[in-house]
Design a binder for this molecule. Sequence first.
Ligand code: NAD
Length: 423
Amino acid sequence: MRMARADDRLGVLLQGMGAVSSTVIAGVLAARKGRGRPVGALSQFGRMPGQGDRPRINEAVDLTALEGLVFGGWDIFGGDLFDACEHAKVLNSRDIDAIAPELKGIRPMPGAFDPDYVKRLNGTHVKQGTRRELAQALRADIRGFMAANDLRRCVLINASSTEIYQEPADVHQTVEAFEAGLDADDHRISPAMLYAYAAIMEGVPYANGTPSLAADIPALRILARAKGVPTAGKDFKTGQTLVKTVLSPMFKARALGLRGWFSTNILGNRDGEVLDEPDNFKAKEMTKLSVLDSTLEPEVFPELYGDLYHKVRINYYPPRGDAKEGWDNIDFFGWMDYPMQLKVDFLCRDSILAAPIVLDLALMLDLAARGGHADVQSWLSFYWKSPLTPDGEVPVHDLFQQQDLLYAALGAMARSTARLEVA
Ligand SMILES: NC(=O)c1ccc[n+]([C@@H]2O[C@H](COP(=O)([O-])OP(=O)(O)OC[C@H]3O[C@@H](n4cnc5c(N)ncnc54)[C@H](O)[C@@H]3O)[C@@H](O)[C@H]2O)c1
């Protein structure tokens, strides 16, 4: 497979321009001016594994440079990205003011919204119409953004509010049923699915940073394969789950047993407010709970992990804003079943941890598309709480196994690019 070159520019469309999206954009703009380092992004700081001279990832594979990124997107509230940064209160005003003209030049397009899916928000900057009309309008937005910025390539990342928990229904099963559902304005087609559909139809790689049901429904999986579009998801693995997928393999590696794992969080940003609603929290709870079954394999080690009680809570607590605090209480046991405890208190910054993931995903999904890869990109599992996989492939949650998958795929793409250069 010949790898097309990155050339100079890549569009990055963001569904939802809140705390995470405004932090990514501000960070890239600041880095271009030498006013902030994109720390946490493997695409900027990572090096290929091996001995001796280890090239940077962005030297080994052909990734678009930060200077070449063009940002756009949608939100259900108006204003510009300067307003979004001020509202999010992630970055301090000195950092925001330094890039104010650029931030003021980026304005979200009106969002495709349904308040039944995000119960705590009342969007004022929204498109009107049936689901078919909304899907057509989103597709037109993508084409318009690319034309206005003279772009040949673009990716779309969902960094929007988490929608309510939903199980796939018949309208989500086939492309025909989904298309009929758009025509019938079927309420079971969520806004997140409309954006995913629009991206896939426009041949734009799509990633879902939220727990919402979107490109992972069977209809859109089939469509992405048919259109040759790479997808990835879901729910950025940034804080507590990142730690969980490092600690749980440690217990298993040492054959230490686990009785209980209680994870709780306090969080005061808009994401925390949305997740305070039980139906929206349920979607997050499902992605957060799924990891331990995979890393611990209780079916293989029933005497160590068969009786584990795993509980996850998120509490909306406005004074903390984006500075989330996550506690883990782990009840484990060792020699002669003697009980022990491990406590983790993670004082993190949600969007500061999520921003480098968005940047890496944008660059790597584009790399996948240029390499001709379609369907779910499981080599990007490293970035997800709930990694999606192609049919029949078991998801991997252990962070270091995920890292191996990532580097193996990057290594293969680096070799194919090297062959291209020699030819
Ligand atoms: N560490 C992290 O920050 C982290 C980790 C994992 C997942 N996530 C997920 O990423 C998402 C974004 O997080 P955030 O902190 O930026 O939240 P946020 O509330 O600050 O931003 C979300 C934005 O989406 C907008 N929105 C809602 N519905 C929309 C729609 N239909 N179309 C367009 N815009 C819409 C909201 O107005 C808001 O501005 C959330 O779903 C969150 O659960 C975040």
